[in-house]
Design a protein around this ligand. Structure first.
Ligand code: BGC
Ligand code: MN
Length: 326
């Protein structure tokens, strides 16, 4: 030991090294502990069919000359893409059979009609990847669906809950019995991930690459969620009080629990998603407080109380745009 190093200095160095090593060890243990948690409680594959909410839009013309669509093949599919195989631009895209963002199979009568609501503002590059990808994915599923892009067209703070409440009014006016609330940056990887509602709310994006395919907490319903239109109304939709990023989905999960509904999920091997990389938005630091207030029942706001300045509806081939000024 060099003579000039005092004993207390040496102690300090040792303590610092010890603390640093312990912290590293904890981080390593945590990393490996969560790394293996690909599993969460979910419907067994063989129970999925009986839990499906079979309901078709009364506006859809049923053709007597063709059979009912079958879904076993989709549900039993084990075909999957890995995140890195997802095409970033789709050269294999045709607009065949698409009109206003909606599609119905030609050769059989579907058992499911699904309104897919995508809230959106200023993410053109993600939308350019999302739309062709999701249409290619969904057209293989034998379902009737329609994509509603709900765009916030003002410079006010982002309000995803309000956009869903407004979009859902249009989906319900068009008599869609099942709603899928969908982030624009999430792409499903598993062909067996049937885009249909269950009798109970269904959290679809349970296994996202960004979170190393781990469900980060049990009550998470963010990302992609399927819920029956009647249940959405029963819960009074989303709170209109969350602005910026985060919280509105956790509040929605609390509404689901308060109404004694369950959150169901498909097995992880049917629930994988890749997230299109983007910087994290600033989190709403008030989100926990608002949620606590909402829980106390002081603010029973939601679907029935949403207010907005203007809404315009425009149809495009790949989607119907609900443009909203809040
Ligand atoms: C936010 C949620 C979000 C989740 C994602 C939570 O802290 O409140 O809105 O979906 O994080 O991990
Ligand atoms: Mn995102």
């Amino acid at each position: 030991m060099p003579k000039w190093l005092p004993i207390n200095k040496l102690f300090q160095i040792r303590i610092t090294t010890c603390v640093a090593s312990i912290l590293c060890l904890i981080a390593l243990i945590q990393f490996f502990a969560s790394y293996g948690q690909y599993n969460y409680s979910h419907l067994p594959r063989e129970h999925i069919y009986n839990n499906l909410y079979i309901n078709v839009n009364p506006h859809l013309v049923v053709k007597k000359s063709i059979p009912e669509c079958k879904y076993e093949e989709v549900l039993q599919s084990t075909k999957s893409l890995s995140s890195w195989e997802v095409p970033k631009v789709s050269d294999k895209f045709s607009v065949k059979d698409l009109m206003n963002g909606s599609y119905a199979p030609e050769t059989c009568n579907p058992l499911f009609s699904v309104a897919i609501l995508v809230t959106y503002r200023n993410r053109q590059s993600q939308l350019d990847v999302f739309l062709p990808y999701i249409h290619n994915f969904l057209r293989k599923q034998n379902i009737h669906y329609k994509i509603f892009l709900v765009e916030q067209q003002d410079n006010k703070a982002w309000n995803k809950g309000m956009l869903y409440n407004i979009g859902v009014k249009y989906a319900i006016a068009e008599k869609f019995p099942c709603l899928i609330l969908h982030d624009v940056d999430l792409l499903p990887l598993d062909e067996g991930n049937l885009y249909a509602c269950l009798k109970q709310p269904r959290h679809i994006s349970a296994s996202i690459d960004k979170f190393r395919y781990v469900l980060t907490y049990k009550s998470l319903v963010g990302g992609v969620l399927a819920i029956r239109a009647d249940q959405y109304v029963e819960l009074n939709g989303f709170s209109n009080r969350f602005t910026g990023w985060g919280g509105e989905d956790d509040d929605f999960a609390a509404r689901i629990a308060a109404h004694k509904l369950d959150i169901l999920r498909f097995p992880p091997e049917l629930s994988r998603y890749t997230m299109i990389v983007h910087p994290q938005e600033a989190k709403n630091t008030q989100r926990h407080n608002i949620m606590d207030e909402n829980k106390k029942g002081m603010n029973k706001d939601g679907y029935d109380s949403v207010e907005y300045a203007t809404v315009s509806v425009k149809t495009h081939r790949l989607f119907t745009m609900i443009g909203v000024k809040l």
